[in-house]
Design a protein around this ligand. Structure first.
Ligand code: IMP
Ligand code: MG
Length: 177
């Protein structure tokens, strides 16, 4: 048995994730026809999803990464969001699609919308792989959504528990937690 099979119980398997990425990519391709898109992957959690999504989008596309942190470690947000690494170019006049792994309390996305919105993009939309509505503390408009999940702490496909498990190729729940 592999390391992650022993520790993580499958919630959304690899094939289901891949099918959803294709579906989201096709929808985004349709919605942005004739435009150039700038995809902003939020580090580190969304990197795996965002890079798969980028390859499912058939448009002229630029990739930026933006690092934020709201956790001190463990499974609870501190509520305070900080940029740890900013994008490399001015975002004014660009069609921005922020790609997140999960919207949990919504505090990270609220901060990102305010921060990126202030840079005068041509448009600003959100794509998240997962949403955990049970824990929402603020309402954010989600334009593209993969899956709505129950209030469980999940790992894999980019999501971590104390920085481990990001490379697990499916979304799962830690066994015994
Ligand atoms: P929010 O600000 O509470 O919406 O949290 C967003 C960030 O918290 C995500 O980008 C994740 O990095 C992290 N997060 C929230 N829920 C989970 C989870 O179930 N597993 C792993 N990370 C999570
Ligand atoms: Mg995290």
């Amino acid at each position: 048995m592999s390391f992650y099979d022993a520790q993580v119980e499958v919630m959304i398997d690899t094939a289901t994730l891949a099918a959803k990425v294709r579906e989201l990519g096709a929808q985004i391709t349709k919605d942005y026809q004739g435009k150039e898109l700038t995809l902003i992957a939020i580090m580190k959690g969304s990197l795996f999803f965002a890079m798969d999504l980028a390859r499912a989008i058939d448009l002229p596309l630029k990739v930026e990464v933006l690092g934020v942190t709201s956790y001190q470690g463990g499974t609870e947000t501190t509520g305070e969001v900080r940029i740890t690494s900013d994008v490399t170019k001015p975002m004014a006049g660009k069609h921005l699609l922020v790609v997140e792994d999960i919207i949990d309390t919504g505090l990270t996305m609220k901060f990102l919308l305010e921060n990126l919105g202030a840079r005068h993009p041509a448009s600003l939309k959100i794509c998240t792989l997962l949403e955990k509505p049970a824990r929402a503390r603020t309402k954010v408009p989600i334009d593209y959504k993969g899956f709505v999940i129950d209030d469980k702490f999940v790992v894999g496909y980019g999501l971590d528990f104390d920085e481990i498990y990001r490379n697990v190729p499916f979304i799962g729940v830690m066994k015994g937690k």
